[in-house]
Ligand binder design. Structure first.
Ligand code: PXG
Length: 463
């Protein structure tokens, strides 16, 4: 058997990595000089790197390892499925048991009336599927000019050309372009952009940008709106309570399709199966990936409302991927959902992990550098600021303070990411109160060290 050599010294692995491996969203030449941190194994919420550090993973990988690492059941299911039927496609009038079983299971846990799934290999692919579904939907209904999809600035929907265009990150648009027929409205980030408005008034105003945009474009040209219930990659931006009800009202009023991108918020992250339930959203399509398989296999999909699926089903749909409903990925996802359900992980989030983490997370606002603290389910962020009262930004380039703080976390064996000058967490759903204590203690230590160093370097100043 071809065993990957894991006895190599870290420096040699780093050199090979630098020589041959192009990392995503990375300045690869800078990383090559520094050397990547190389992960070797993981169990529960704990990662171990090649230097033997035990790191607490406050990000569940990349927001995906919902059930935690090292669950043997998934490995067993994958091996069995590979032996039984390693691959078959779902094109050309064929199907297979894992895809059928997973689609049926998803229909069971999805909100009422959402009983159809189109499988993809990732969240980005699923959002590309969504572009096709919504345009095809209006096409079949005899309104082919309804093609424009409205997303939000600082939204994230993936990194393919389609997904990257739906997302509102200019840094991504700059690298490869923006697909025609996709426009963006403002995001509901009260902390950074709310000015003197109350969060509620600001949330309402940002939602009403959707109505203004629909009027400007002409409703006859608008196909759909897409948004994450909580923006994840954008910095765990929890919208004010007024936001989603108003978005829902506007989508209903103008009859445009509503896509909830649940790639991060799905499968228990917010304390319900889906973020749409947490926020009272009634989407036509939900994008899923990540937690669907807890990251053990690459799989994503679009969960489609019956009324939309019926229209799409009424004619040929020229779309699909080699790995749509891949049997091994589907079998693993099914086992993952069984574990979430039977081990009552969502109840654990709601009744144990969230309440305990919330208390400790909110207390971080006592730190001189922390403005607001937000936590929904197990998805949280803190805003770093030199002046809490005015919600001031730092004088340094955005992200400088966040990056320096993240570096302290990394040094203290905590994975807590930064987005700009916000720090974010999304630990595995199985995290225990004792592990939350470790996470918070390391976070506090890192904040303290970052604060002291910033002061010493004259960087703790408002811009
Ligand atoms: N939608 C949302 C809401 C996501 O968060 C995608 C779609 C794309 O999924 P794939 O499987 O194609 O990556 C995502 C992915 C970050 C980060 O820096 C977040 C994601 C991916 C990579 C980095 O937080 N989210």
């Amino acid at each position: 058997m071809n065993k990957i050599t894991n006895h190599m010294p870290t420096a040699e692995l780093q050199a090979l990595d630098a020589a041959h491996h192009m990392h995503p969203f990375t300045d690869n030449s800078a990383l090559a000089k520094k050397g990547a941190r190389i992960m070797k194994s993981a169990k529960g919420v704990w990662l171990t790197d090649t230097e033997g550090h035990m790191i607490i993973d406050g990000m569940a990988g990349l927001w995906c390892v919902n059930i935690g690492y090292g669950r043997k059941e998934l490995a067993v299911v994958a091996a069995q499925q590979m032996e039984e039927l390693a691959y078959y496609n779902t094109f050309f009038q064929t199907s297979h048991i894992p895809a059928i079983a997973l689609a049926a299971k998803i229909a069971e846990i999805a909100p009422k009336g959402m009983n159809h799934v189109f499988f993809a290999g990732s969240g980005s692919e699923a959002n590309d599927t969504n572009i096709r579904i919504v345009r095809r939907y209006w096409d079949i209904l005899g309104q082919p000019e309804k093609r424009i999809i409205i997303g939000r600035r600082n939204g994230y929907h993936g990194s393919t050309i389609g997904g990257g265009s739906l997302g509102g990150m200019s840094g991504i648009h700059k690298h490869g372009g923006l697909l025609a027929g996709i426009v963006h409205i403002g995001q509901p980030d009260w902390w950074s952009e709310g000015g003197d408005a109350t969060p509620e008034a600001f949330g309402l105003a940002r939602a009403q940008e959707l109505e203004a945009m629909i009027k400007q474009l002409g409703v006859e040209n608008v196909a759909a709106f897409i948004g994450e219930p909580i923006q994840g990659a954008g910095g765990v931006i929890v919208p004010p309570s007024t936001y989603w009800p108003e978005i829902q009202r506007i989508c209903d009023k103008y009859g445009i399709l509503l896509i909830a991108d649940e790639v991060i918020t799905g499968f228990g992250r917010t304390g319900n199966w889906f973020g749409s339930e947490t926020f009272g959203i009634r989407p036509h399509i939900m994008t899923v990936a990540k937690g669907l398989s807890s990251g053990y296999q690459p799989i994503g999909g679009s969960i489609v409302r019956d009324t939309v699926a019926e229209v799409i089903a009424s004619d040929e749909f020229n779309h699909g991927y080699t790995y749509s409903g891949h049997p091994v990925a589907a079998a693993v996802a099914l086992e993952n959902l069984r574990i979430i359900q039977e081990e009552k992980m969502i109840e654990h989030v709601r009744n144990v992990a969230h309440p305990y983490l919330k208390e400790r997370w909110d207390a971080l606002t006592e730190h001189p550098m922390v403005g607001e603290a937000k936590l929904v389910g197990l998805m949280g962020s803190i805003a770093l600021t030199p002046n809490k009262a005015t919600r001031a930004k730092f004088a340094s380039e955005a992200g400088t303070v966040g990056y320096r703080t993240r570096e302290r976390c990394f040094a203290n064996d905590l994975i807590m990411r930064h987005v700009g000058d916000r720090m974010i967490i999304a630990p595995p759903l199985c995290i225990t109160p004792a592990e939350i204590d470790v996470l918070i203690d390391r976070a506090k230590k890192s904040l303290d060290e970052s604060y002291t160093a910033l002061k010493a370097d004259g960087l703790f100043v408002a811009g």
